[in-house]
Ligand binder design. Structure first.
Ligand SMILES: [Fe+2]
Length: 270
């Protein structure tokens, strides 16, 4: 998109961030640590509740999210994931802390009058568990609005095959132009572009904001740690909605005064 020259009043800091996001398809920034730690505690407590309910024997009193594969089988990871999601979805405070943990980057990339995904997503990827692989896809291929910003938050340090991968933007733009990408199944697509992926190394304490219209996914985790990450979409409240509707999938979280006035407005003639 062309910029608007002299009419672009954004700060230099915001322009630089935007330029990184537009060229790489993602940026990494520091999270607000206080709120991130609360988010992680919610997840840890919900995971412990699952362990307790299922009477799973753990090997020590103090264990970390990275170690869950040491006392659970691979096939149980999806039950654990669903149980934790159901648990955290009952508490809007979780959404609030998630938003506050990434507020700075969301404001810079999306604005401050926002809609937020109601049910935050969780990925758990146990070592060598094929069921936890997320095939390459772009969310916009399935009815997701390109106006959304995906805020992806690791709860453990992610290196090598524990990382989310994203297709390099220049490769994506070339493939998009020759229209070959969507003719391939996900395995063939991965084979075709596997040398043009960025594996996004990120540590706990940072947040990743990425453009989910660029193909991305998770490969088989070949490290010795369990992968845990959260993902949640934010969008400018007044931007177009596709399949995921306001009031259902998205909730308005920072409705501004002028919008409230506009919603309540009645012309005297009516
Ligand atoms: Fe996705």
């Amino acid at each position: 998109m062309d910029d608007f020259g002299l009419w672009d009043f954004r700060s230099d800091e915001e322009k630089a961030l935007c330029s990184r996001f537009m060229s790489d398809g993602y940026v990494i920034e520091k999270a607000n640590q206080k709120h991130l730690d609360i988010v992680k505690k919610f997840i840890y407590d919900a995971a412990n509740e699952f362990i307790f309910k299922k009477k799973i024997a753990v090997n020590s009193k103090q264990y970390h999210l990275e170690e869950f594969h040491t006392f659970m089988d691979g096939p149980e990871s999806n039950d654990l994931r669903l149980s934790v999601i159901n648990n955290i979805s009952r508490n809007i405070k979780f959404n609030h802390h998630y938003y506050l943990a990434a507020q700075k980057i969301i404001y810079q990339l999306c604005g401050n009058e926002l809609a937020m995904q109601k049910r935050i997503g969780l990925s758990i990827n146990f070592p060598h568990n094929k069921n936890d692989v997320l095939p390459m896809h772009a969310d916009t291929w399935n009815g997701v609005s390109p106006y959304e910003l995906n805020i992806w938050t690791p709860l453990v340090n992610c290196t090598n095959s524990m990382c989310l991968y994203i297709l390099k933007k220049d490769t994506y733009l070339k493939l998009r132009e020759d229209k070959s990408l969507l003719k391939l199944n996900t395995d063939d697509m991965y084979e075709k572009v596997k040398d043009n992926l960025t594996w996004i190394t990120i540590k706990y304490g940072d947040v990743l904001a990425f453009d989910q219209s660029i193909p991305h996914g998770f490969a088989l985790n070949q490290e010795n740690s369990s992968h845990w990450s959260l993902n949640c979409r934010f969008k400018g409240l007044h931007t177009p909605y596709w399949d995921k509707k306001l009031g259902e999938y998205f909730m308005p979280i920072t409705l501004k005064t002028c919008t409230r006035v506009g919603i309540d407005y009645k012309h005297p003639a009516n």
